[in-house]
Design a protein around this ligand. Structure first.
Ligand SMILES: Cc1ncc(C[n+]2csc(CCOP(=O)(O)OP(=O)(O)O)c2C)c(N)n1
Ligand SMILES: [Mg+2]
Length: 362
């Protein structure tokens, strides 16, 4: 079997390889990536706390996978289109999606997918149906090709998603039409309770690209420098009309699948403890601290600043009045099918009855 490339520059102990890219010798870009990873982790923690106190719906944290999202957010150009899955707050924040929008989305409010920032307005909303976003990204990339635009569609998914027909169909069309699309797999080793080793018999997920005539490679997804570097190469290829790339980023889902899950029921403490030794934030901090580019004082200032921003975002989110119940029918169809129109009428009728009888919504 063909050996696929695997890239890692920054080891778990914070050692940087001698062939690391030149930009990683500078303090500023690495500090920027570090700040974003910490912000993402604190934002995740905040949302989990909001869910636990009943102020938000089910949420899927990116705990342990921050380097992948931050690399995507830092490497895409503003004019590119991001087609995310549901563990992508890191990249979304960097694209200009606001914290309130992310909170609204997870609070079940569609206004959270109507991105206000000019830099995010063309990006797609979070995709929960597994792997369907890979095909949407190919549609976007096809439009770029037809219009002769030098833009790239970047789409993400999990390891489990690569078993879906949609994913394989997307790879196929991307290869056949040489589309400007980059597929990024967050291989976090689990699809809810199903471990990677029983999801698929292929030794790597990256090799699924080969059957579609696409280059596929593995990257240490906990090494933000490696993910940035390989993304740069993939984005450049796509922008130059040289076609798609598949990056399999190896990482680990350190948290529960979502706030509705309890991962301790299906995986061992020892496995999770081991995975914590590889996580992306500590390894970058170790590198920065070793160079004298980070210290406890800066860490505390970063955390305090992030907490303040998060608190203010939560306050703005909680000040937004909820939408009317019938708003859930909006933006689904241009004109409603009969069955949906009837359901909406039933809901409106019930709301009218409740209003006249003074009964609370059920
Ligand atoms: C089409 C479809 N089938 C099933 C589900 C239920 N589901 C939600 S997340 C998930 C597992 C996905 O695992 P993976 O692709 O590895 O992504 P991860 O959540 O680990 O990041 C499943 C099966 C869904 N959302 N959509
Ligand atoms: Mg997974």
């Amino acid at each position: 079997m063909q050996d696929l490339p695997f890239t890692r520059f920054l080891a778990a102990n914070g050692q940087l390889a001698s062939d690391a890219p030149a930009w990683s010798a500078e303090s500023q870009p690495l500090q920027q990536l570090y700040r974003q990873m910490v912000l993402t982790r604190l934002f995740d923690q905040k949302i989990v706390a909001l869910q636990r106190t009943g102020r938000i719906g089910t949420f899927a944290p990116a705990l342990g996978q921050e380097a992948i999202g931050v690399a995507i957010g830092s490497r895409m150009q503003a004019e590119d289109v991001f087609v995310p899955y549901y563990r992508d707050s890191a990249a979304q924040l960097m694209r200009g999606v606001s914290m309130e929008e992310i909170l609204l989305y997870w609070g079940g409010d569609e206004r959270g997918s109507d991105y206000r920032a000019a830099s995010a307005v063309q990006d797609f909303p979070v995709c929960v149906p597994i792997a369907t976003q890979a095909l949407h990204a190919c549609g976007v990339a096809t439009a770029f090709r037809i219009r002769g635009e030098h833009r790239v569609a970047v789409t993400t998914c999990g390891d489990g998603a690569t078993s879906k027909g949609d994913f394989l169909e997307a790879l196929n069309v991307a290869g056949a039409w040489q589309l400007p699309v980059v597929f990024v797999i967050n291989n976090n080793q689990w699809a809810i309770s199903v471990p990677r080793r029983i999801q698929c018999a292929a030794p790597t997920l990256a090799q699924k690209a080969l059957g579609a005539g696409i280059p596929g490679e593995q990257v240490d997804g906990n090494d933000v420098i490696a993910v940035c570097e390989r993304l740069d190469a993939a984005l450049q290829r796509a922008r130059q009309g040289k076609g798609p790339t598949l990056l399999e980023c190896l990482t680990y889902r350190l948290g529960d699948h979502t706030t509705a899950d309890d991962a301790s029921r299906y995986r061992s403490e020892e496995e999770v403890r081991q995975a914590w030794r590889e996580e992306p934030i500590v390894r970058l901090r170790t590198l920065l601290a070793g160079r004298g580019d980070w210290d406890e004082e800066r860490e505390q200032a970063l955390v305090a600043d992030a907490q303040l921003r998060l608190q203010q975002a939560v306050e703005r989110f909680e000040a937004i009045a909820p939408r009317a119940p019938e708003a859930l029918f909006e933006h689904v169809y241009a004109s409603w099918p009969q069955a949906l129109a009837e359901q909406r009428e039933t809901l409106l009728e019930r709301l009218r009855r409740q209003a006249t009888q003074g009964v609370a919504h059920d």
